[in-house]
Design a protein around this ligand. Sequence first.
Ligand code: 4NP
Length: 160
Amino acid sequence: MSSSVPPVRVLFVCLGNICRSPAAEIIFRKLVTDEGLADRYEIDSAGTIGHHEGSPPDPRMAESLRRQGFEISGRARRIREDDLSHFDLIVTMDESNLENVRNMDAEGLYHAKIRPLTSFCSEHDDPRVPDPYYGGQRGFDHVIELLKDGCRGILRETAG
Ligand code: 4NP
C-alpha cells in the first residue's frame, strides 16, 4: 500500500468458488486496475462449500473469461467466520448464497455489508447470477455480462 488510507475490502461469494465468484474477483480486479485504483482495494472470493477447495476456476469459466481478454488466477477456498468482520462488502451471487452467508452472522452484526451482486447492476434486472455449473458455455458468457455490470456498480459506489 502506498497510502495510509485503508483499502476497500470486497469478498465475492458463490457456492463452489470455481465459477461465479472467482470470475467476479478477476473482473473486478481488472476494472480497478484499469482505473488506476488497484492499491485502494483488497479483493478476494470464496465459496459456501469447501468441496472444490484448492481448485483453479472451472475450465469453462476460464475459457469464457480468456475469450474476453481476462487472465485467469485464483484457487478455491471456503468462506470463514472471520471473513465477515474483515471485509467491508460481501457480494453474493444468488439467494442461497445470501441466506448461507447471513446464517453465519447469527447476531446480524454484518447483515448490511452482505449484498447480492445484482443489486449493483444498472443494465440488467436479473434477480440473481445463475449457477452456470450444469449448463452450457452460453451460461458462462451470460454470467460474465452480469458480473461486469455489477462490478461497475460496486466501483461507482465505493470509489468515492
Ligand atoms: P459456483 O458454481 O458456485 O459459481 O462456483 C458451482 C460450482 C460447483 C458446484 C455447483 C456450482 N457443485 O455442485 O459442485
